[in-house]
Design a binder for this molecule. Structure first.
Ligand SMILES: [Zn+2]
Length: 297
């Protein structure tokens, strides 16, 4: 196919090719991979934009909005640099902008997503001081949502590609851990099944701080659940290139609502907060806390 003589190349199409090559893939889907894999495999961190006066520039060529402090953003580390590598720098994007470049229906992209937490921040090359000051790390709710979104997407990829589901033996081995991940916080979850080998502090975090359920007790027939509320696990969402940013935006809006005093809200805000209800508000407050790295780590 030939292009009209004055047609400009699509800047996003160029960026998509560069991103693929940055990951060690061929420039187009189906092309053979690069001769040598990248020295450092780039990771896509979901993180909280730190304090700054004017925010940071989004790297998408067609976006001219800054990413403001307190917004969730995507940091690709190492950055895409022409003709060289830099271990400490990162390319920053609005999440909805990065979704225009990356295809998360493929494992090559999906596997690189990491929420920036007490467990992953060292991979990002930022200094401990700013992390301990409360910058960069995401709240517990975002951590759980991003990881569960990754699992859900991975399952749809396996299904599409005809990859076998995990075996019954694997399911049995991980049953206690899966129950903790999915059922903690529910009055029906049996707390005594601590997964073997899980350190106590991590167990406590998953059992209480990061629990997806919020319950009013054994008689509660409408327990609140983080994943049911924000994560769309249907195939339609899998095929929507913006479902990660949509999920996180919905979380972000509810958390903003919860953090505001009723007097500071307009009529619509007050109605929306009332619709959330006391249980969801309690859950969102708990899950807005950022689990911090221990100083000894
Ligand atoms: Zn942008």
């Amino acid at each position: 196919m030939s292009f009209p003589p004055n047609a400009k190349p699509d800047p996003l199409e160029i960026e998509r090719k560069l991103l693929r090559q940055h990951l060690g893939l061929g420039p187009n889907p189906g092309d053979p991979p690069a001769d040598s894999p990248p020295q450092i495999q780039p990771l896509f961190f979901i993180e909280m934009a730190p304090d700054s006066r004017r925010g940071a520039k989004c790297k998408l060529p067609t976006c001219d909005e800054n990413i403001m402090p307190g917004e969730l953003r995507l940091a690709m580390n190492p950055a895409m640099i022409y003709g060289g590598w830099s271990k400490s720098s990162a390319s920053l994007y609005h999440i909805h902008c990065f979704e225009k470049l990356a295809d998360f229906t493929h494992a090559d992209f999906l596997d690189q997503i990491q929420p920036l937490t007490r467990q992953t921040w060292k991979l990002r090359g930022i200094n401990a001081g700013s992390v301990l000051d409360g910058n960069y790390l995401v709240p517990g709710g975002v951590e759980r949502l991003v990881l569960e979104w990754k699992v859900t997407h991975g399952k749809w990829i396996d299904k599409r590609d005809g990859v076998c589901d995990e075996s019954e033996e694997e399911k049995r081995v991980y049953a206690d851990f899966l129950a903790l991940l999915r059922k903690a916080g529910s009055s029906k979850y049996k707390q005594h099944m601590k997964p073997t080998g899980l350190p106590h502090d991590k167990y406590h975090n998953l059992l209480v701080t990061l629990a997806p359920y919020e319950s009013d007790g054994p008689d509660d027939t409408e327990e609140w659940n983080l994943f049911d509320t924000y994560l769309d696990s249907t195939v339609k969402a899998f095929n929507d290139p913006h479902d990660l940013s949509t999920m996180l935006q919905r979380w972000h809006e509810d958390v903003a609502l919860v953090s505001k005093d009723v007097d500071g809200l307009d009529e619509r805000g007050r109605a929306a907060k009332a619709r959330l209800g006391a249980k969801a508000i309690r859950a969102l407050k708990r899950l807005s806390v950022i689990p911090m790295p221990s100083l000894a780590a």
